[in-house]
Design a protein around this ligand. Structure first.
Ligand code: ADP
Ligand code: TZD
Ligand code: MG
Length: 582
């Protein structure tokens, strides 16, 4: 351990809370901290930087938090976010809850005020009982009160965030802890490196045999691959399992690219058909939550899904919606390998009747869409703009695509193929607007690859100020705003007839490109697909921070994109608001 020298002079042999905390993080492999400075953690960030950690400062904690969450997904290690107390903590908490909801490992470290004052509610600077507030939104929440417990506290946070089903962990750091001193040798001895963070969890042989029998009995089987499988980083094993079984598969949004979307078994373009007609569904790291209609109702198994088989590391996920005929409780790599062993070499692939029907539907739908992706209108509609993005992702397959919005999200997800694992970061399980710039920063920092952020104009606004962060660190991020002047559409009217614009409409023809130019990055406007293609090519060539304002027809979108059905309806609205046309 290095010697520490204080202003007072030589202070050999002594360490303190600041340094124990950074040492504990380093010992557990942390390389980057996503943070917003302030009392009491300003110096913590400085010391971390001095000790060789990369400390990236954001303009708002939520985006530092979303960056940490995305880093957790990309690296399979906890992403670290650091904030000040009360308001900074609350700003970061949204991201911690998001990480927990998505089953991603993240640790939110927040400074907090003096316990003696806070607990008597005497009104301290930024007083708040942060630990209690964090607990329901995190997989675990801990507070460290003594310098000698820093090693233990950090180790517990790492273990909880990562082992089993991953999630967000809150670590409460009262300001006074950071200044506590202890003997340096004892301090070093108190730190712990967590062993086998991503511990394997092997399924029982009986469960494996049961799953093989159920899968064998399927006539029209379907695999659904979720982001848990992308997170698991056993890409070759998943691919081998899918190809050995020979089933059509559907990738969930962030599992796209785990096998390339152009794979012959990929049934994305025949989604309605496979969900309606399948008789057996094999879930691999995907939950039967709202994104899959909870496995029932409209769109699902017209003739009834007879069997669900599910791989998940979390036992309570089984039977959370539909009855699971063959649960495989374990990590995806262990489960997939056990299945491959049990299957051996004599596996009969599904009937040509089923595979042929799926293939025909895929080919039909892909061909039907192809022309729409090639039109060259001005202003563009979504498919025209996204046809360009699709080409870019095919030509630059290691680009990380960040995507948020409503139409900007849904149409991008279905049109733009992803070719490599973990190259798509989006709104996740909650459908969060605001993940954009934080995810883009994390993607650039953690992978070093070019990032392409495809953003609705509303979605971008949630984190738009972080373009300064992107410029400050000179990250290779190209932002394309699909600008339709508003939320869902830009042509809504005020149904009360007043002067205020409709609730969903923004300033028309906004010059978003100037936001990037304000901080020294490049800005461009694209009014047609050719211009968009050229602007992206320039950004990829220079790897400069770039913002392209892509002008989209303001009447092109649909209310809520693909999930308009989730809006509650009013029975009296049509009578009261005759102006309401859409
Ligand atoms: P999607 O939104 O893509 O459908 P979900 O987030 O709903 O995916 O589901 C991911 C699932 O993957 C979670 O239930 C989680 O417990 C599980 N999971 C995460 N990591 C692993 C792993 N290494 N092995 C097995 N299951 C995992
Ligand atoms: N706030 C948060 C945090 N998350 C949300 N999902 C929403 C609000 C509601 N919301 C959506 O679900 S999509 C969306 C909002 C505000 C923006 C859609 O507009 P956009 O995309 O410009 O981003 P399109 O292309 O105009 O549809
Ligand atoms: Mg919009």
């Amino acid at each position: 351990m290095e010697l520490r020298v204080t202003e007072a002079g030589s202070n050999q042999g002594v360490t303190d809370g600041f340094h124990l905390l950074t040492d504990a993080l380093k010992l557990n492999g942390v390389k980057t901290i996503y943070n917003v400075p302030g009392i009491p953690i300003t110096d913590l960030g400085r010391y971390a930087q001095a000790q060789g950690l990369r400390v990236l400062s954001f303009r708002h904690e939520q985006h530092a938090g979303y960056a940490a969450a995305a880093a957790g997904f990309l690296t399979k290690k906890p992403g670290i976010c650091m904030t000040v107390s009360a308001p900074g903590f609350l700003n970061g908490l949204t991201a911690l809850a998001h990480a927990t909801t998505n089953c991603w490992p993240m640790i939110l470290i927040s400074g907090s005020s003096e316990r003696e004052i806070v607990d008597l509610q005497r009104g301290d600077y930024e007083e708040m009982d942060q630990l209690a507030i964090a607990r329901p939104h995190a997989k675990a929440a801990y507070r460290i009160l003594r310098a000698e417990d820093i090693g233990l506290g950090v180790a517990r946070a790492f273990r909880a965030a990562t082992t089993g089903r991953p999630g967000g962990v809150y670590l409460d750091i009262p300001g006074a802890l950071l200044g506590q001193t202890m003997n340096e040798v004892e301090g070093e001895a108190s730190l712990r490196k967590v062993v086998d963070l991503n511990a394997a969890s092997v399924p029982a042989p009986t469960a494996v045999r049961r799953a093989v029998e159920v899968l064998k009995s399927a006539e029209r089987p379907l695999i659904i691959i979720g982001k848990g499988a992308a997170y698991a980083q056993c890409d070759d094993t998943v691919r081998q399992l899918v190809e050995t079984l020979g089933f059509p598969y559907l990738p969930m949004s962030m599992a796209k690219g785990l096998l390339p979307d152009t794979h012959p078994q990929c049934a994305s373009a025949a989604r309605s058909l496979v969900l309606k007609e399948c008789d057996c569904v094999f879930l691999v790291g995907a939950r039967l939550n709202w994104l899959l209609g909870n496995g029932e109702g409209a769109g699902w198994g017209e003739n009834g899904v007879r069997n669900f088989v599910q791989i998940d590391i979390e036992p309570t996920e089984m039977d959370s919606n539909q009855s699971i005929s063959a649960p495989l409780i374990g990590d995806i790599e262990s489960c997939a390998n056990a299945l491959l062993d049990a299957i051996g070499s004599n596996w009969t692939k599904p009937s040509e009747e089923w595979l042929g029907a799926v293939r025909a539907k895929v080919e039909f739908n892909v061909a039907r869409m192809a022309q729409r992706l090639r039109n060259n209108n001005s202003p563009m509609d979504y498919p025209e703009a996204l046809g360009v993005i699709k080409d870019v992702m095919a030509e630059h397959q290691d680009t990380v695509l960040v995507n948020e919005g409503a139409n900007a999200l849904d149409q991008c997800r279905s049109i733009v193929d992803i070719h490599q694992p973990r190259k798509r970061l989006d709104v996740g399980t909650w459908g969060v607007m605001g993940i954009g710039m934080g995810s883009a920063v994390a993607a650039a920092v953690e992978t070093g690859n070019q990032v392409l952020a495809v953003e609705g104009d509303s979605a971008f606004g949630f984190s738009g100020m972080e373009v300064e962060t992107i410029c400050r660190y000179n990250l290779p991020v190209c932002i394309v705003i699909l600008n339709n002047n508003g939320i869902y559409r830009g042509d809504g009217e005020n149904w009360g007839g007043g002067d205020d614009p409709s609730t969903t409409v923004f300033v028309k023809n906004s010059k978003y490109e100037l936001m990037m130019q304000a901080f020294g990055g490049s800005g461009a406007v694209a009014t047609n697909p050719d211009e968009l293609r050229r602007a992206i090519a320039d950004a990829f060539e220079t790897r400069e921070p770039t913002l392209i304002n892509a002008v989209i027809d303001e009447a092109a979108g649909r209310e809520s994109g693909n999930i308009g059905n989730l809006n509650p309806t009013s029975v009296v609205a049509k009578i009261r608001y005759p102006q309401a046309k859409k």
